[in-house]
Design a protein around this ligand. Sequence first.
Ligand code: EPU
Length: 421
Amino acid sequence: MDKLVIQGQSQLHGELEISGAKNAALPILIASLLTEDTLSLTHIPHLQDVNTTKSLLKYMGVDIKNIDDVTEVTAKEVINKNAPYERVKTMRASILVLGPLLARFGEAKVSLPGGCAIGSRPVDIHIKGLQAMGAKIDIHSGYIEASTKHLPRSKLQGCIFYMDIVTVTGTENLMMAASLSHGITILENSAKEPEVVDLGECLNKMGAKIRGLGTDIITIEGVDELHKASHDVIFDRIEAGTYLTAVAMTGGDVLLRNVKVECLDAIIQKLIETGIKIEAYENSIRIKSDGKLKAVNIRTAPYPAFPTDMQAQMMALNTIADGVSEVTETIFENRFMHVQELIRMGAQIDIRGNTAIIRGKEYLEGASVMATDLRASASLVIASLAAKGQTTIDRIYHLDRGYEKLEDKLNQLGANIKRIH
Ligand code: EPU
């Protein structure tokens, strides 16, 4: 298993290109199942989760070609209308094939994703939404078996569905299913994340009729067929936020290209409260920091509030900021696994329920630590960049799931990170 060895306390300077968003690329690749035509995609990031998604689609019979920077995905013949446990257990986003398969073919069999390191993460809302559209759903031996064969023309029926928790992939699954249904579907309490909007825009290019993207009421008028389209995947706001936080902590001056600043508002607001300087441009953002930070309180919540996917990174920042801060996680019940590892580096953190209380110190010290999930791993990388001495991070396959060329990008800015095989 690979490890990262990081020498701390180098300032970061220069420019970086932010990659396409993992959490938009995954549903958009899966949206290819909704049509027999080709979807041409740019800014699909090179990540393990993308490889897992491609291999699931290939298993189903989808043809995927890479021509220069364009990924062409064609689901003309779909032989396997199922997602087996072995594929779903490594990546929960695989549940996103359920809605498209059911809507286009009238049947689907998808493994229940089961538990995951950051919390129990059920998919009951995905299932209830499809049932509200008329699907028959049985759960047998860990599999969701869904069918629309009993419905007129085997088609899902439009409905009004209120999601009692805001769910990103739940909204995406139901939006894709409703695109090929009969009638109008209104999804209430929808997720407003930019990645949901990006998927919706791609579906509209494919001929879907979706209104209200970016609001909590999404209206979808079902159509009989979707067709070919080209789409450029939105930038990864969590990757951008991770690099901004890294520069805030180490000190330096960095310009990030390929960003939409308005998607980063909650993150920028908090970074400005720490005392660093931000300059926002049309498609780029510049951060300047002297590494002297004020502690800030964070409370995660669905977009546009502060994202849970940036909670670990901001906690790392607070460990070396001046003052005492509180970080409250409201989305996932077990997303504090980075805390024990940060404590190994000298951080002072107490956990009370879903709140971590952090007493800022002048510096952290390098140590041997272990990556536990994707964003926890990112927090350890940026903590190590700012720490005194050398840190070794084990189990970094988590990072490879969600950050494109992380160490290359940071080394390009002046970091000293080596990967050991
Ligand atoms: N939930 C339910 N029932 C459901 C669906 C969700 O109770 O049917 C609960 C979850 O257990 C959680 C809350 O609702 O407590 C929100 O979860 P959500 O469904 O929004 O999460 P997700 O769609 O599984 C996506 C991202 C996550 C990100 C969350 C929250 C993708 C592929 N994943 O997950 O990304 O943390 O939204 O913004 O889009 C990551 O990139 O590291 C990551 C974990």
